[in-house]
Write a protein that binds this ligand. Structure first.
Ligand code: NAP
Ligand code: MG
Length: 497
């Protein structure tokens, strides 16, 4: 594959344009006039300056979202069918601009262009899936048999949008996470203030332009770029009805505290430390290829990354050897290189953190089978890394590394492996490899995780499939019909007949 010059040119044109905040349908500078730099992690050079919103900007954005939500506003008057058409149109626009958006993502985040293309297509899919929902959000009639208040009644429920929603997203799948958040909120009729991650603000801003092009009324989606204090202002704001967050478990816990002020509704998509279990009877080549993909895809910067590889002792050397071969084969290069399998990590902070984990593993007795070093001397590139001799107490085993580092450990029995795989504060995802159908489903049943992939790659996501975590991996589910509950209130209405 080659990437056409026209694609670079379109992305460059957007990069070079001014990057302001979207509030009430207008692109405006931050109130204090501040900006911050977003960096190309492949070159370490500043890519663009972006408006730095603060609490005052968040407040303006919340007021715009509240006004757009007011009874009689264009958004509230829009029929469900028209809302569905609009969502479909957004999906079409994402697809029409797939190359440009993917290149922007590659420049800002570092990820390989081929992966970024997949992200944009996933985003388009989700808007289209959600386009089908506005016409199907229904209440019910409810039979009443109250003894305390006997009488003849007509009772029904209706589902109403929860109101003004604050959405805070991370840098690992910037456009995709913006879409996971926005599409269901809009399907339900909410209005939104979106806060992209400071490392990767560009695709959300471009999406803001496309939302306007699609005909979304002013103020329905507001975008305030900035840092953690911007997100904090949003979570603390008394006129925000709900916050949806994806990011670290640590910040997730701060948001729980901040939300207590007005008891805003909260959904949280947090970290993970996800196991892969390879039984002795698995197709070992298939298992090894997918185990490698589970951790190295997107440089390991996935909340679901398969960072713990448990392999039956009888096939441990074989499988780990194959994963290591795959790690050595993968090409680490700038995301704009069409042959890149892994790009750079998103930031110097993540780069230092990931290499720090590898060092701590080494110091505690882990063996580095392959990888473990920086690639080159410019850009935040890290080799795909396989560690063995790791033990349950090590920080590389317990904590989310969020980089291309997997800890491989042998096991002897199903009971033992289920106990080890569940011995984590997280519960986001898991993978199972075996040719034995009942063992596969039995393992899936015993693992405390929100998604289990059997004999297939990690990262099979679908707009129709709920996604979310057990335990400290979060609250609530995204995608599928279940996500609608995040953005709806239920009202019961009772009439005496
Ligand atoms: P993070 O701090 O949780 O950032 C996620 C989002 O929350 C960003 O938009 C961030 O803003 C915002 N934020 C930060 N502090 C906030 C606060 N007090 N109140 C409200 N919003 C706040 O994640 P990170 O620091 O970028 O990454 C750290 C670790 O988080 C990673 O190493 C990884 O382990 C984990 N992580 C997990 C996921 C996931 O998908 N589950 C995604 C990303 C990171 P700014 O970035 O602009 O400051
Ligand atoms: Mg950047």
């Amino acid at each position: 594959m080659t990437i056409a010059q026209a694609v670079h040119d379109r992305a460059d044109a957007f990069v070079r344009s001014p990057h302001k905040l979207l509030i009430g349908g207008r692109w405006i500078e931050a109130a204090a006039g501040e900006t911050f730099a977003t960096v190309d992690p492949a070159t370490e050079k500043v890519l663009a300056e972006v408006g730095r919103g603060r609490a005052e900007d968040v407040d303006r954005a919340v007021r715009a979202a509240r006004a757009a939500f007011a009874d009689g506003s264009p958004w509230r008057r829009m029929t469900p069918s028209a809302r569905g058409r609009l969502l479909w149109r957004i999906g079409d626009l994402l697809e029409e601009h797939v190359d440009e958006l993917a290149m922007l993502e590659t420049l800002d985040n570092g990820k390989p262009y081929t992966i970024a293309l997949g992200d944009v297509r996933g985003a388009a899919d989700l808007f289209r899936y959600m386009a089908g929902w506005p016409t199907k959000i229904e209440g019910a009639t409810v039979p009443i048999s109250s003894l305390a208040m006997p009488g003849e009644y007509l009772a029904y429920t209706q589902r109403e949008p929860v109101g003004v929603v604050g959405q805070i997203i991370p840098w690992n799948y910037p456009l995709l996470m913006a879409s996971w958040k926005l599409a269901p909120a809009l399907a339900c009729g909410c209005t939104v203030v979106l806060k992209p991650a400071e490392q990767t603000p560009l695709t959300a801003l471009r999406l803001g332009q496309l939302l306007q092009e699609a005909g979304l009324p002013d103020g329905v989606v507001n975008i305030v770029t900035g840092f953690g204090d911007t997100g904090a202002a949003l979570t603390a704001h008394a006129d925000v009805d709900k916050v949806a967050f994806t990011g670290s478990t640590e910040v997730g816990k701060k948001i729980v505290e901040a939300a207590a002020g007005n008891l805003k509704r909260l959904t949280l998509e947090l970290g993970g430390k996800s196991p892969i279990v390879v039984h002795a009877d698995a197709d070992l080549e298939n298992a090894a290829v997918h185990a490698a993909g589970a951790i190295f895809y997107n440089q390991g910067q996935s909340c679901t990354a398969g960072s713990l590889l448990y392999v039956h002792r009888s096939v441990f050397d074989d499988v780990v050897g194959r994963v290591a071969e795959e790690a050595a084969r993968l090409k680490v290069a700038p995301g704009t290189d069409p042959g890149a399998d892994l790009g750079p990590l998103v930031s110097h902070e993540q780069f230092a953190k990931v290499l720090g984990y590898v060092d701590s593993g080494r110091a505690q007795g882990a063996e580095v089978v392959v990888g473990g070093h920086r690639v080159g001397d410019r850009g935040f590139f890290v080799e795909p890394t396989v560690l063995t001799n790791t033990t349950p107490g090590m920080s590389v085993v317990r904590e989310e590394i969020f980089g291309p580092v997997v800890c491989a450990m042998p096991f002897d029995s199903l009971e033992e492996i289920v106990a080890s795989a569940n011995d984590t504060r997280f519960g986001l995802a898991a993978g199972v490899f075996t040719r034995d159908l009942s063992k596969a489903h039995r393992t899936a049943r015993l693992l405390r995780a929100g998604t289990v992939w059997i004999n297939t790659t990690y990262h099979v996501f679908d707009a129709a499939m709920p996604f979310g975590g057990y335990k400290e991996s979060g609250w609530g589910r995204e995608m599928g019909s279940q996500v609608l509950d995040n953005y709806l209130e239920t009202k019961s209405v009772v009439t005496a007949l």
